[in-house]
Design a protein around this ligand. Structure first.
Ligand code: HEC
Ligand code: HEC
Ligand code: HEC
Ligand code: HEC
Ligand code: HEC
Length: 170
């Protein structure tokens, strides 16, 4: 009986060790995918708590290749009064006053030989979350979906979108 208890304890420790080691490894990979941005902008505050529509800031998603990034002027719509005592908002105010761009670090990027365009996807009703995950739950945007060729082509095949090579490579 005692031998069995000892065996179970040893097993529990080994399992805990594996689980801990695994979470550490996945935490490391997650961190690599969460670039430190020049200003700690949070989608949880803006897209969830304040409830702004994605396209309030990413204005050209429905009309162009690029989803587009908001200008500082759009931020100042609120931050001319909101959160001015917060250090991260003060960085925003300083950039605005000095007329300096904020160089957001890119998260998603397809290789140069791939042509991607937002417009037909938004027109076909594909949700942002299909390709970017639940961004409104991310304090720091990370790459939630691997946009490899299979991911693109599988959906194109299912939805009657073009699958010829030249649709995405030219
Ligand atoms: C519709 C209004 C609105 C717009 C537009 C807006 N924000 Fe905010 N922002 C808020 C509110 C509300 C808070 C929370 C303030 C608080 O709790 O004191 C906030 C908080 C912040 C914070 C502080 C986060 C923290 O943890 O301290 C930063 C940084 C920030 N916003 C950056 C931006 C940037 C950059 C833009 C433009 C891309 C932007 N905001 C556009 C309303 C807005
Ligand atoms: C208040 C403005 C604002 C709103 C609303 C907003 N975003 Fe953003 N978004 C930003 C800013 C600023 C960045 C760059 C900083 C960062 O990555 O956090 C960004 C970055 C991103 C990125 C990463 C872009 C890259 O570098 O590849 C994605 C994807 C994204 N947003 C999707 C969304 C989605 C989906 C929604 C709606 C759920 C949304 N955003 C709502 C301002 C906004
Ligand atoms: C079918 C997949 C797909 C959908 C749907 C999609 N995106 Fe993207 N998004 C991408 C890809 C792929 C990139 C990288 C493009 C590149 O490298 O040129 C990207 C890049 C971005 C960027 C970086 C800046 C830019 O303009 O390239 C932002 C911001 C963004 N998406 C926001 C959104 C928002 C907001 C929505 C919903 C309105 C959305 N995306 C819907 C696949 C998608
Ligand atoms: C969730 C489904 C889905 C995913 C994922 C997806 N697409 Fe699409 N794509 C569509 C649909 C639907 C259309 C619109 C087809 C139409 O209008 O007939 C489209 C259209 C396109 C077009 C325009 C084609 C043309 O000639 O009209 C290109 C280019 C494209 N997608 C590239 C990509 C790339 C690159 C990826 C991966 C990064 C991707 N798509 C991922 C569903 C998707
Ligand atoms: C719906 C869009 C789409 C179509 C259609 C498509 N590709 Fe791709 N292709 C991609 C994307 C996205 C990548 C980049 C994948 C990555 O970075 O992991 C890619 C990558 C590639 C690569 C580089 C592979 C690598 O490991 O980097 C080759 C070669 C390629 N495609 C060939 C083709 C050929 C040949 C066809 C026609 C039979 C085709 N593709 C059709 C989207 C597409």
């Amino acid at each position: 009986m005692r031998a069995l208890i000892v065996l179970l304890l040893v097993l529990a420790v080994v399992v805990a060790g594996i689980v801990l080691g695994y979470t550490q490894i996945s935490a490391q990979t997650a961190r690599v995918q969460e670039p430190v941005q020049p200003i700690a902008f949070s989608h949880v505050i803006h897209a969830k708590a304040v409830g702004l529509d994605c396209q309030f800031c990413h204005r050209t998603a429905a009309t162009s290749s690029f989803a587009g990034m908001p200008s500082l002027q759009q931020c100042m719509f609120c931050h001319v009064v909101v959160g001015q005592q917060r250090p991260e908002v003060q960085k925003l105010l300083a950039a605005w006053q000095n007329n300096e761009p904020v160089n957001w670090v890119r998260v998603y990027r397809v290789p140069d030989h791939v042509q991607f365009t937002h417009q037909p996807h938004i027109a076909a009703g594909v949700a942002c979350s299909t390709c970017h995950g639940d961004v409104q739950e991310m304090p720091v945007v990370r790459q939630a979906v691997t946009l490899n060729m299979g991911f693109c082509v599988d959906c194109h095949r299912k939805n009657g979108a073009p699958t010829d090579c030249a649709a995405c490579h030219y």
